[in-house]
Ligand binder design. Sequence first.
Ligand SMILES: [Zn+2]
Length: 105
Amino acid sequence: MERDPVKMLELVLGIPDVRILGVESTTRHIRIELESTRDGARCSRCGSEAVLVGTRVEEMVDLPIMGTPSRLLVNRRRFECPSPTCGAKRWFEPHPIEEFNPSER
Ligand SMILES: [Zn+2]
């Protein structure tokens, strides 16, 4: 049985490889802020270890929690390739929820 409050929420949410940063409950819905716990990324063109250049918060509708509509605020990291000769454009890490198959929840 899980006793850590953050880990308990992660179990309830059922999304792998994410860390919950905060939860806010309003009269209309529950908002959960989370980010990926995966290590950094690699350039898909040259394989160099990517450099973090920023993050963007995306809000999305998720399944109700205990009957209350929920919104997920996802911090997505943006990377760039450090190689001056590679030419790869900056990219955002894959969305932890879009990558995840909902039928397995
Ligand atoms: Zn590259």
